[in-house]
Design a protein around this ligand. Structure first.
Ligand SMILES: [Zn+2]
Length: 281
């Protein structure tokens, strides 16, 4: 029994019994696994006590001075893959990217004719993204008052959900803003990525050192199962869950290897998660 997490329900499934939280990581932060859904979150349990990062004054535009068009140019192929997958389901319409950052993803969406909107907490990135995409980008923390009900055809959270302390609340707001036939797209890092699995099997913490492992700015660590549990609880039906996508993570020879092993990563549910869902009827 773990009395330290008493009173803090799992942010995904709502489990509250202390004995259902198993200690998973003890370092500069503490993480616990919910035995009910597999969600792993910060000490002392996800919710009101979760350590949060304030992004309002975060990020600089140094990448512009360094001659880069966007902050993470190496992510371009992964973003384009998501755009292409959306285009197979929706040929156009209004898209909202929550936590849109520098607008890289929305920039690619606008090239395909989508009517783009974004929300981001960083003042610097909001200003940059507005200028870069010409889209409506709101600076602030995503909330219900920002947009009308039934407004968007597509809502995306790309590498964002893991930074949100109350993920269920965010998805319930997204459901309110989505049209009844709307599409929800989520990309998150996976707790079943190889380095996390190696830590789990060996207990060696160096496998999960920052910046790719356990980091304070991540409020929760998802598996395909816990992400499906969360989205279902928030009223979404899963269309697809793709894991791996290493072909978009690397370039050159590693990209070719990624393309070869992606089917295996997807089959074994290893590596980053891309979720597509619609509103349950
Ligand atoms: Zn849970």
């Amino acid at each position: 029994m773990n009395t330290e997490v008493s009173g803090n329900p799992c942010g995904v499934c709502g489990e509250i019994r202390p004995e259902m939280f198993k200690h998973w990581f003890d370092g500069y932060i503490k993480l616990y696994r919910c035995l009910q859904c597999g969600f792993i979150a910060q000490y002392p349990g996800p919710g009101i006590n979760t350590i949060q990062t304030d992004y309002e004054d975060a990020y600089s535009l140094d990448f512009v001075e360094n001659g880069s068009e966007f902050m993470y140019p190496e992510r371009s192929d992964a973003f384009q893959d998501i755009v292409n997958r959306i285009c197979k389901i929706k040929s156009g319409g209004k898209i909202l990217d929550i936590g849109c950052g520098d607008g890289h993803f929305l920039y690619l969406c606008s090239k395909k004719g989508f009517d783009c909107s974004g929300v981001d907490h960083s003042k610097a990135l909001t200003s940059f993204a507005t200028q870069k995409t010409g889209a409506e980008i709101i600076q602030g923390l995503y909330d219900l008052e920002m947009f009308p009900e039934n407004h968007f055809d597509i809502i995306t959270l790309i590498q964002v959900l893991e930074h949100i302390p109350e993920p269920a609340k965010a998805l319930e707001i997204a459901k309110y803003h989505l049209k009844s036939d709307g599409l929800l797209v989520i990309e998150v890092p996976s707790i079943h990525a190889p380095h996390f699995l190696l830590y789990e099997w060996t207990g060696i913490k160096k496998f999960v050192k920052p910046p790719t492992g356990v980091i304070v700015s991540h409020c929760g660590y998802y598996s395909p199962k816990s992400l499906t549990t969360l989205t279902r609880k928030c009223g979404f039906n899963q269309l697809s869950v793709t894991t791996g996508r290493w072909q978009f993570k690397y370039s050159g020879t590693l990209g070719i290897i990624g393309k070869m092993i992606d089917p295996l990563l997807n089959l074994t549910r290893v590596g980053g998660i891309l979720y597509f869902g619609t509103i349950s009827i």
